[in-house]
Design a protein. Sequence first.
Length: 67
Amino acid sequence: MVIRVQYQNDKFDYVNEFTLARLINTEEIKKFYRPSDEEWVTIGADPVRGTGGHYAGPERRQVRDAA
């Protein structure tokens, strides 16, 4: 999937998901367009989904018996 981004210099581009993650981490973009919500997401002001973190709680997912 390609995602529209706005760079710090106000230029626009389309990037893939991997490039978007890098641009967010390196603070090279101001905004990106989230098609699922049909809105622009401003970096530093709006919530941005992360890659998650380490979960230290109990396992809650069901595990099927492999037998």
